[in-house]
Write a protein that binds this ligand. Structure first.
Ligand SMILES: [Zn+2]
Length: 384
């Protein structure tokens, strides 16, 4: 593998990032009256691929109810990327093979970041990703002042953020997008208590680290036991004043829809009800899908519809509907696109289209005894 030992930029504190974003963004906060969903998009990195891959393009979702936030002046464009970085072609080949090939053509491997790649435009794009979350928090909070059921936000961004640690990039992530948005919600809007749900298949170690001793930011992560980066054990519950405000639930490989429904009802709901959040932020990773090549959970498109629908309901019950989703992982572009589209349907109150994509024949029996055991243990540890 051709690797250069360059780093993009020195690491920055959240305050520095906020300052840089303040200085560079031209964010337009737009929420259409009557809309039930706001999408933050910038470069077409994700959206283009979604429309190419998805048999049901996003444009078919009731466009009267949905609007994209035209929000950023982007100095660089995706056209600047190496021409071979075509993610729609990589759906059928292992992710790392595609990245190896791209690295020969000029991608930079950020040493020690386990593993994170970059181009010359990545730093700018990473600021935009973090800024998208800030913009959506602003939009959703503003809407919640005038509506009982404000639109949810969904930051369709790359790079993702939940592995980025306070001192630097990690695991395809440059800045902790959710962590930045959480602090912004507190400082700019006085929303003291932030509840973060991370259902990516990997542990959100960066977000976890950032708030491990913070009693006002609850971090709840479900992830596949033993997956990257190896953190997020069930007994990692926070530290000092933050003890109890971190919940890590590793799920056994093979866990699927049934497991996640139980986790939602028995763990996520009571935990959120007890915490009484002012806003809910979601690290929405779609790599727990049964078709995803990087993990071995068995979530389906319908699992993600259920999660989006239930989290929306939870936000309405607990915090005036204030809720922002952030795209994290997802490496099979078909299951990613269907699942994200179905999440939007849940936001909009439309029926799921998951039956057009999900194939029950490829599922195998879930390890229900192990799942039940894990749920009982976490309920005991957190007195749920
Ligand atoms: Zn992931």
């Amino acid at each position: 593998m051709a690797r250069t030992n360059q780093t993009t930029q020195p690491s920055m504190s959240i305050n520095q990032i906020l300052t840089v974003i303040d200085n560079t963004q031209s964010i337009v906060n737009t929420v259409l009256p009557g809309s039930d969903s706001v999408a933050a998009t910038q470069n077409p990195a994700i959206t283009t691929n979604l429309s190419v891959v998805a048999p049901i393009p996003a444009s078919n979702i009731n466009s009267n109810d949905s609007t994209q936030v035209p929000m950023f002046n982007v100095n660089s464009s995706m056209q600047d990327r190496p021409s071979n970085l075509n993610f729609s072609d990589s759906t059928q080949v292992p992710l790392f093979n595609a990245m190896d090939k791209a690295s020969v053509e000029g991608l930079i491997f950020i040493e020690g970041s386990g593993p994170t790649y970059a181009t010359e435009t990545t730093f700018q794009e990473s600021l935009i990703a973090a800024g998208a979350g800030i913009s959506l928090v602003d939009s959703v909070v503003a809407a919640s002042r005038i509506r009982q059921s404000p639109p949810l936000g969904f930051a369709l961004i790359r790079p993702p953020g939940h592995h980025a640690i306070p001192k630097g990039p990690m695991g395809f992530c440059v800045f902790g997008n959710v962590a930045v948005a959480a602090r912004h919600a507190q400082r700019a809007h006085g929303l003291k208590r932030v509840f973060i749900i991370d259902f990516d298949v990997h542990h959100g170690n960066g977000t976890c680290d950032a708030f491990y001793d913070d009693p006002d930011i609850f971090f709840l992560s479900t992830h596949q036991d033993g997956s990257y980066p190896g953190t997020g054990k069930i007994d990692e519950v926070g530290h000092g004043r933050g003890e109890g405000a971190t919940l890590n639930l590793p799920l056994p490989g093979g866990s699927g829809d049934s497991a996640m429904r139980s986790v939602f009802e028995e763990v996520i709901v009571p935990c959120a009800q007890r915490f009484k959040p002012d806003i809910i932020l979601v690290s929405a990773g779609y790599d727990g899908h049964v078709l995803d090549p990087l993990a071995s959970l068995q979530f389906t498109t319908n699992t993600y519809y259920m999660l989006a629908s239930n989290i929306k309901q939870l936000a309405r019950e607990l915090c005036g509907g204030r809720c922002v989703f952030f795209l994290e992982g997802g490496y099979n572009l078909q299951s990613l696109s269907y699942s994200v589209a179905d999440s939007f349907r849940a936001f909009l109150g439309e029926r799921s289209s998951s039956s057009q994509f999900d194939d029950p024949a490829i599922l195998y029996e879930e390890p229900s005894a192990k799942v039940k055991q894990a749920i009982q243990r976490i309920k005991y540890i957190h007195s749920l």
